[in-house]
Write a protein that binds this ligand. Sequence first.
Ligand code: SF4
Length: 257
Amino acid sequence: MVTALRDRVLWLRYLPPEGRFLNVYMDQNNKCNLRCRMCGFSDPRVAALAKYDLPRELYDSIARQLFPRAAYLALSLMTEPFMTRDFPDRLAAVREHEVPFSDIITNGTLLTARAIEKMIDARINRLTVSIDGGTKELYEHIRRGARFENVVRNIFLLQSMKRERGATLPRLRINHVLCDANIHAFDDFLAQRIKGLAPVQPQLDNNGRALAKLSEGNWWLRAIATLAARRPGPPASSCLIHVKTSPTSAVLPPTSP
Ligand code: SF4
């Protein structure tokens, strides 16, 4: 009974080091440079809100108080972190306080060599880039305001800078929101669009626990089958495909010209 409970508690990851009992999730602004169709930022009421950046002093104060107790730290969640001008400079606090696992989620459009350098220096554990749509047309239809080739170029820049520096971190994860509008292009995305980027290790879900809940709908099952067929033997270390789902109605396919 105790063992089962312990396994349940530990389904996400390892036991945190002594004294680190917090999972810290934070956004540092209320901004995004894109207007993705499935996102609240595409709502004009959200776009009309006054723009805000977490002041640097407040960030530094939070870092001093919480980071030494954090086992896990997500530096962005629902907004685009690189919209905060000095976001790359803030990352040094992660290394300073030796946070064991740190995470950044981004749309990848604003990655620069300087930002990548700071992430590598800070030993950020994981960078998740959201790319939905296996083709340029689909991607740019869904992620309004982004350019497919720019994001792919930025990801290649990350991987090449890591190679040059002999760095294994940050590990790259790609979030790919699947829906009826883009499932037909998913196989092409895996086979062509991110070819050469890194070995692909699909992460279907957290230990497959959510699969049962999400198993309604043929497109999801097809995605699972596609990913399962591509799962390599030895675990690849550099790139994960993390599949998420989106309500079908949120993302309608592009209309034919
Ligand atoms: S990049 Fe993320 S936060 Fe920005 S509009 Fe798209 S889904 Fe929303």
